[in-house]
Design a protein around this ligand. Sequence first.
Ligand code: AMP
Length: 496
Amino acid sequence: MEEPTSENEERGITIIAKPRKTPKTLNPQTQPQKLDPTPQFEKFKSSSSSEAAAAQSTTTFGSLGLSEWAAETCKELGMRQPTPVQTHCIPKILSGRDVLGLAQTGSGKTAAFALPILNRLAEDPYGVFALVVTPTRELAFQLAEQFKALGSCLNLRCSVVVGGMDMLTQTRSLVSRPHVVITTPGRIKVLLENNPDLPPVFSRTKFLVLDEADRVLDVGFQDELRTIFNCLPKTRQTLLFSATMTSNLQTLLEHSSNKAYFYEAYEGLKTVDTLKQQYIFIDKDAKELYLAHILSQMEDKEIRSAMIFVSTCRTCQRLSFMLEELEVENAALHSLNSQSLRLSALSKFKSGKVPILLATDVASRGLDIPTVDLVINYDIPRYPRDYVHRVGRTARAGRGGLAVSIITETDVNLIHEIEAEVGKQMELYNYREITDSLEVTKVSKAKRVAMMKMLDDGFEDKVKDRRKLKRKTLADKGMLKKRSKSRKAAEEKTDD
Ligand code: AMP
């Protein structure tokens, strides 16, 4: 069951998700047909046989059916050979089929859909040719960068339409009919519903992409998807890409039309072999102290940059202030900051200006930053799926990486669940017990300064306002009274 997480904050409201009882179809208006025991889709499951490897090694972008300019662009971008997900999905997309691609994070899924879309766009350019829906704002900007790079010789017009930015400018940009629109579900819904000029903009759209499809298909985005589907022509191609399989995706696949192609390189919730997974087990009051300790070892361990995941915006900002006080340069990325602050935090981190990014789960999916050598789970995520996405920010594209989880007594069950799902046991991180009272005092002082700064900067007020707004939204939806006490407490732990 999906609980509200910081990612839901993308939408500006909190959704209490419940397990989906009725299956979803690609078009929510149509009722699911009866389940046929024989699958209606063509499925390819990747294997690691030597034959498959040999076939893969002789494949080129040109041999997949892409035009010369596209193959040339890949070369210029250092993509010498297609990855397996690209090899299998690109020809199917070019031939007009719906595709569900399931492959590990960092395996080249973006180019697997962007290249064939751009290839088709170049044959018949118009706007809006493709609509790409992704769960977080930062991912939308990253996707736009990749589309622009891959379509650099096309004069591509690409618009990013996400929450936290000026709606009038976004409306104007959509009315000018860019070739590709990349959006988060909440913002596009609001725009489509409030401006009658906008739905016609998508009346000839050829491609709908759901990136991080498992997340976009979560029950929290149901209304948004319905609005989007209603504006798109039925003849479009639908492309779903995800790193994790969920029952929603499985059901959708079983109900898809017989032209759908399913590429699966997914063997459950897996982490890559090049990732070292370690833990430290400490008292909860010592978390900040040991966090500072791990970070102080970055240089010795030749760690270029680190992402620290926490479960609330409040912890994120507080730790950022604390590290600042300890003279550890960092940036904070969470949904209580404005979009311009969020983007500036990410760009400072990506460009190497700061070596540490503190983030809520808004940054746990898809972000591709090659210098990230370390992921720290300061708070343990409630679901193994989130753990896999978080640690997937390092050890990408065959590189090595380290994930350290800071475990306290109350996290033990969560860790067991994660280890069971991932099929690996974490090792103990090599650390010394901190007995130096100077070090302890320094961190304690920084903690106090950070708390005061939270009050002085009005951050605590922002947290309170957010909670009030959420309660109101839930009350408006008649959902408030249904929440148990424990549910409420759990939400407050992760949702601010
Ligand atoms: P993605 O899984 O789409 O986030 O891609 C992960 C990283 O792999 C990105 O930095 C891509 O630029 C890179 N990439 C994608 N396709 C290829 C390829 N065929 N060869 C080398 N790198 C690639």
